[in-house]
Design a protein. Sequence first.
Length: 218
Amino acid sequence: MRLVFINPNSTEAMTDAITAVARRALPEAEITGLTNTGAPAAIEGAADGELALPGVLALVRQSREADAIVIACFDDTGLGEARNEADCPVLGIGQASYLMAEIMGRRFSVVTSVPVSLPVIRENIERSGFSGDCASIRASGLPVLEIDRGSEETRARLAEEILRARDEDGAEAVILGCAGMAPLRADLAARTGMVLIEGVAAAAVLAQAAHLAGRAAG
């Protein structure tokens, strides 16, 4: 299976980290990571998403040989438009996270980066019909690139917000609402004891399922 992860931002190091997580989740697949070099360094809110969209769609068009494509930004930047361009299944890591929470039967909270990201995430959850399972959406106040660096202070702050989602909102699972959190999942799970859903790995597994289902139907 040829699986392409498209990073809508221009931070190459984040693409590398995303690809590494995806390869661990699905080692049997041929996984490629592509970086949207003309985009903002991080996608924080709707305005950054609009700036990133043309490059995302160009990368989708370059991925004609892919069996599935993943949009590796929790905002699912350009997901609908990408599906119109692609000849294969296209998933977003936000979408994959919500689906995984539903499959697991867990009421979830999302812990994300900065407050400007909240409206896009809320709209995506409502549009996709997951509002009834969503306990809360929480901004950690940490910028995306700071999360990507993964310092001790960053991990401690994220762990604090995860525990608040459990204790104050009744979350049974917490979705890590930023691609930069993907490499931090194991550490944050150890710190909090919570069920954590991470969208890169979830998208890899669901992309494989979509590909196999398509082959069976064909």
